[in-house]
Design a protein around this ligand. Sequence first.
Ligand code: FPP
Ligand code: MG
Length: 309
Amino acid sequence: MVKTDAKLASGGKAAKFDLATYLQQRKLMVEEALDNSLSITRVETIYQAMRYSLLAGGKRLRPILCLATCELTGGTVDMAMPTACALEMIHTMSLVHDDLPAMDNDDYRRGKLTNHKVYGEDIAILTGDGLLAYAFEYVAVHTKDVAPELLVEIMALLGRTVGAEGLVGGQVLDLESEGKQDITADQLTSIHRKKTGTLLEAAVVSGAILTGAPQEERARLSAYASQIGLAFQIVDDILDITATGEELGKTAGKDILAQKATYPSLWGLEKSKTQAAELVDGAIARLAPYGEKGEPLRAIARFITNRKY
Ligand code: FPP
Ligand code: MG
């Protein structure tokens, strides 16, 4: 049992929520499910390449958010795990493509050589395609105890999240903004809402859809996710300047080299930190109706600004 539910023996007072233990336990569950999702016995190149990137580690924040929201709204980890895995497959494929020479041309991801450095550009493109297709198949085939019409909603949400309104559209805007000196904070926010925010939002909202949560609740959780999504990106921009490549598991300082507009380049480091903290406070305020049950999502929001990688 995770410590959220633990009560102190004396007086029935709730024990302090231990985020590190919670994240570690959830990450282990997600790692196991991802490992099982792609059989190690498939020796063909494409399966090896898909496993290479999918099992390369990472914070697993998106799957953990999906599991947490599903539980918060009355569901179980088992109900949410296929969707959680699909979210990580989509996230991983977007990073494999983002690292390609045609895009960011990166050599390291999650502390390992990027997919195209190991398997070649052609296979890396197909690795991304394979993971994307498998994400949808995986949700459809493996989700248990969820009504079919809710599953259709999940698939539609995932499709919208990946497409021109989400990751793909955000990446195009991001590529087009490179080297431009006149990007405004509003334009930057719009890029990041699509490129990063939509998938984090989908992670949270999908957890609520799985339990058939009412629209009002989905909207509240979606607002929470939108604020942590933007805070996440601001912190990413800050870490690109302040953290080392070793800490990040990828090349640091790339934004300045690529002349990318970032929050620190527009606002400076201090204002960027304050803005991220305000967004996290706003996100946490949305969770007030949940009382103590909302503690995992509250703690994850705080983790977003405190993280070092
Ligand atoms: C990392 O951003 C990249 C993303 C968050 C998403 C990129 C999206 C695509 C490549 C579209 C993928 C295609 C489909 C079909 C979904 P970053 O370069 O700012 O961060 P980094 O420093 O971690 O590389
Ligand atoms: Mg990149």
